[in-house]
Design a protein around this ligand. Structure first.
Ligand code: COA
Length: 290
């Protein structure tokens, strides 16, 4: 008898299985030379598990698993923030890939987008993912990642701004309104799980950047000059290596910062967007919360 895969809502009992599917799919993914598989650190695993729990609690209609005889072989997690919908995760275990499971999971996660005006997906470069997201009607925006060790001598002196905290969430909300919409509750969650916040709040421009270990995790600003200063602030604090994900043509200002810092810039999976002609400019997306 052929094995059946059925979809069901994700529950807190699936948290470990979700991490296992993501890890197995990541381990099997085709990579560029030098971009070897690295198992998640304990910190990354902790953030992943807390993030999964939050998807289940905050966005239950967007959190699904594909179940094959009691074994989780695929997962989808999507968020909804008012008129915004974003696909945060879509992973199928290598033993179940290319059998239509990803298509079914995406269809279910897309039901959560009903009535949304804006949709986004930050993807890997897996051609199957690109096919799915393009067929779902989103527009492709090619992207690069930046990685490497920041050249300390390139960091501009006298950068404006200061370290931020929960008291700056009003600023976060104010700045994001003209970008893709408020990320306030997600920034609050990221801070609660150990991320760092830096802000600039001046009459000439305002904005914020969230970073975690060596990653620039999210950025929003009123203008590119403020965004540039914020990115430098984040890079100045990176210990050892720094990583910035998913910079599209709208983030050319960030590519220039990365190159001046002597990070390597290389193609990665694109950003898919619908409901907006192009991604916002003085903005860096977060893979889960955009
Ligand atoms: C991307 C992923 C979620 C897709 O799920 P899946 O169950 O493998 O995909 P499906 O079988 O539903 O669909 C794959 C589609 O790509 C097509 N396809 C297969 N190989 C392909 C290739 N090399 N190039 C282009 N299309 C290809 C299939 O024909 C199918 O399209 P169709 O249904 O219109 O015929 C899954 O492969 C995966 O987990 N990959 C690794 C993790 C990842 O990159 N996730 C995306 C992160 S956002």
């Amino acid at each position: 008898m052929p094995t059946m895969v059925h979809l069901r809502p994700m529950t807190v009992h699936d948290v470990e299985a979700v991490a296992a599917v993501v890890d197995a799919a990541d381990r099997a993914a085709e990579r560029r030379p030098g971009d070897d598989y690295r198992p998640p650190s304990d910190e990354q695993r902790g953030v992943m598990d807390r993030g999964t729990r939050r998807f289940i609690e905050r966005d239950p209609a967007g959190a699904w698993v594909a179940d094959r005889d009691g074994e989780v072989v695929g997962i989808a997690e999507a968020i909804r923030r008012g008129p915004f919908w974003g696909l945060s995760m879509l992973f199928v275990h290598p033993s179940a890939q290319s059998q239509g499971v990803g298509r079914r999971l995406l269809e279910t996660a897309l039901a959560y987008a009903d009535g949304a005006e804006l949709r986004m997906i930050m993807t890997s470069s897996d051609p199957r993912a690109l096919r799915r997201y393009s067929l779902a009607g989103l527009d492709i925006h090619p992207a690069v990642n930046a990685d490497g060790v920041v050249h300390r001598s390139a960091i501009p002196a006298g950068l404006p701004g200061r370290a931020g905290d929960e008291d700056d969430l009003d600023l976060v909300e104010r700045v994001d309104v003209s970008l893709r919409g408020s990320r306030r509750e997600d920034v609050e969650f990221m801070l609660a799980t150990g991320a760092r916040l830096d802000v600039i709040d001046s009459p000439d421009g305002s904005g914020y950047v969230v970073s975690r270990s060596d990653r620039v995790a999210m950025l929003g600003a009123t203008d590119e000059r403020t965004a540039t200063a914020l990115l430098w602030r984040a890079l100045a604090q990176a210990e050892g290596k720094a990583h910035i994900s998913c910079l599209t043509a709208q983030q050319d200002w960030a590519v220039r910062v990365a190159l001046t810092a002597r990070l390597s810039v290389a193609p990665t999976g694109p950003l898919f967007v619908s409901g907006m002609e192009r991604p916002p400019g003085p903005w860096i997306a977060n893979g889960w919360y955009f």
